[in-house]
Design a protein around this ligand. Structure first.
Ligand SMILES: [Zn+2]
Length: 61
């Protein structure tokens, strides 16, 4: 997985907040990046720091 969750729960209204820019193969999200979400109900914007555990990207050992 190269992006954090596509949809999160809006803290303010409990609505669905969508990831504005999904990650792709050319610009995958990495830990420490900012993932921007926008709530479809209250249109609030949420900027979340991507944590390593949000990314199911197992490194090659
Ligand atoms: Zn909301």
């Amino acid at each position: 997985m190269i992006s954090p969750q596509a949809v999160i729960v809006c803290v303010d209204c409990g609505g669905r907040a969508h990831l504005v820019q999904p990650g792709d193969a050319e610009s995958p999200y990495r830990a420490g990046d900012i993932a921007t979400y926008r709530c479809e109900d209250c249109l609030d914007r949420w900027d979340l720091v991507v944590e390593a555990e949000d990314l199911d990207d197992t490194p090659d050992v």
